[in-house]
Design a protein around this ligand. Structure first.
Ligand code: SAH
Length: 482
């Protein structure tokens, strides 16, 4: 099966696509440091990596506060206080009590006025963190291989929805389209849908994908947007629900699920209590525990725990549950069950219950979750087991594959052949970047071959990132998951 897959994808691995010019693969400062104690900016730390290696600032959790503090009725914040801080405090004040960590996370990341993602480009050396598509073009190319193969398994339909959830700068989609451009039947079939809540990032994606607006009638009253990289039509939506139904669909979610809001629960002598956020006497955000079960604990913690074995639950003092991830997976599975196709989810996480993983990163450094909300990224490990259960609940005609490690996923797709092909025709500097990028994608720990400065040693994400596929059973087993 694998050999057959390779013969199908070999043109994608060795096609004439050259190294993209520009700074992405070439600038040495893009590769990561293993030391996070240094005061200097480390512009290439992935979110997961940062959490693994940095000591997390202690967050104070007050247990069993029966009388939660209510801020004074007529307190007026000085005008220098960021809008989002004022907004969060006003929710807590008017609610007359604390909010869940999930509500806090959702406001911090996607509040339509001042959420972390909403008004700016948060990626890369000048931003807050880096993701795989920005490390090397090979990442988007390999996802392109997977997508073309799935489209073949779907019977090469003439009209397909290709949906990306949370496309960031649009780099993954651009590399996917460039690398598959020789498969004109494939690129012609595409209706691309970008699900993106951030107007600022939508603009960046429009430019990365070399988009242009085209009049659909003589008076120019109807327009459609085309990506000049593939000639495909492209549109933007705030949610997956807004993407039209009725066409076979391929969905890609890379580092999207980790941005969905999580509820946090803590074991206490009174049972599982929900971690909440309120305001202290000195007007700072602080964690408290709910005095009694909350709707989220009754609904979602109970549901999630039914999917776990008693051994898995026994030693856990904390559990994180992401209802939005469960709902989204439901929606994806339903769509695929009705329209055919499949979804690929790549993220950092675990194939089981997650304990306490929520983290905040600002300017490539780990910071306190409650410090200046809206100015730092918040993300949490993805509970792949809960995604599998959520998808399987939907219908008997879908199947869930994986999770497998990113290293297995990219290896099966032929990343080693692709890196060799690219190394044939590049400068010494590009070769160094390619090797470092390759290690970051499939390696585990610090790269043994590295001869550059210690603080720039590439750290492998190969086993810490996982890949899962959800497909309509008609499609058979997707490539890389055989
Ligand atoms: N996939 C990209 C970016 C990951 S960061 C990459 O790998 O580089 C998360 C992305 O999801 C950002 O583009 C962010 O704006 C978007 N996003 C986060 N929460 C969202 C939500 N609830 N709805 C739609 N988009 C969201």
């Amino acid at each position: 099966m694998l050999r057959r897959s390779f013969s199908r994808i070999s043109p994608l691995l060795s096609n004439g696509l050259v190294l993209r010019s520009g700074p992405r693969c070439c600038s040495p400062h893009r590769f990561c440091s293993s030391s996070h104690s240094s005061a200097t900016l480390n512009p290439s730390v992935s979110r997961e990596e940062e959490s693994r290696e940095s000591p997390r600032p202690a967050a104070t959790v007050s247990i069993d506060r029966s009388g939660l503090y209510n801020p004074p009725e007529h307190s007026h914040e000085p005008s220098s206080v960021p809008e989002l801080v004022k907004h969060l405090k006003s929710i807590i004040k008017f609610r007359g009590g604390p909010i869940s960590v999930a509500e806090y996370m959702e406001e911090v990341l996607t509040n339509p006025q001042s959420g972390f993602y909403i008004n700016r480009d948060v990626f890369g050396a000048g931003g807050d963190f880096i993701t795989s598509p920005d490390v090397s073009q090979m990442f988007g190319e390999m996802v392109g291989v997977w997508t073309v193969c799935l489209w073949e398994q779907m019977g090469q339909p003439e009209n397909v929805n290709l949906v990306e959830l949370g496309p960031g700068r649009g780099t993954l989609m651009a590399d996917l389209l460039r690398s598959s451009s020789k498969f004109s039947k494939f690129t012609k079939s595409l209706n691309i849908h970008m699900v993106e809540c951030s107007p600022a990032l939508q603009k960046v994606q429009y430019s990365t994908l070399k988009c242009a607006d085209e009049a659909m009638n003589d008076d120019g009253s109807a327009k459609r947007t085309i990506s000049m990289l593939s000639g495909s039509s492209i549109s933007w939506h705030a949610t997956l629900e807004q993407v039209p139904l009725g066409l076979p669909t391929i969905i890609i979610a890379h580092e999207f699920y980790d941005a969905l809001p999580v509820h946090q629960f803590q074991k206490t002598p009174r049972g599982w209590c929900e971690k909440m956020i309120d305001i202290s006497e000195d007007s700072l955000f602080r964690f408290v525990l709910s005095p009694q079960p909350t709707p989220a604990s009754l609904l979602y913690l109970t549901k999630r725990c039914r999917w776990a074995s008693s051994e898995e639950k026994r030693d856990l003092e904390h559990i994180e549950v992401c209802p939005k991830a469960m709902e989204l997976t439901h929606q994806i599975a339903k769509r695929i069950s009705l329209d055919g196709g499949g979804a690929l989810i790549v993220d950092y996480g675990k194939d089981g219950l997650i304990s306490d993983s929520l983290q905040a990163i600002r300017k490539h450094k780990f910071v306190d979750i409650l410090d200046n909300p809206g100015s730092a990224d918040l993300s949490a490990y993805v509970d792949f087991a809960s995604l599998r259960h959520s998808a399987e609940e939907v219908s008997d005609n879908i199947s869930v594959h994986g999770p497998i490690t990113q290293s297995q996923f990219l290896g099966s797709l032929g990343i080693n052949f692709r890196v060799e092909a690219l190394l044939q025709n590049c400068t010494e500097e590009q070769a160094e970047s390619l090797r470092a990028g390759y290690w970051r994608f499939v390696g585990d720990g610090e790269a043994p071959f590295w001869e550059g400065p210690d603080e720039l040693t590439p750290i492998g994400m190969g086993t810490r990132y996982l890949a899962m596929a959800i497909v309509n059973k008609k499609q058979g087993t997707p490539i890389a998951f055989e």
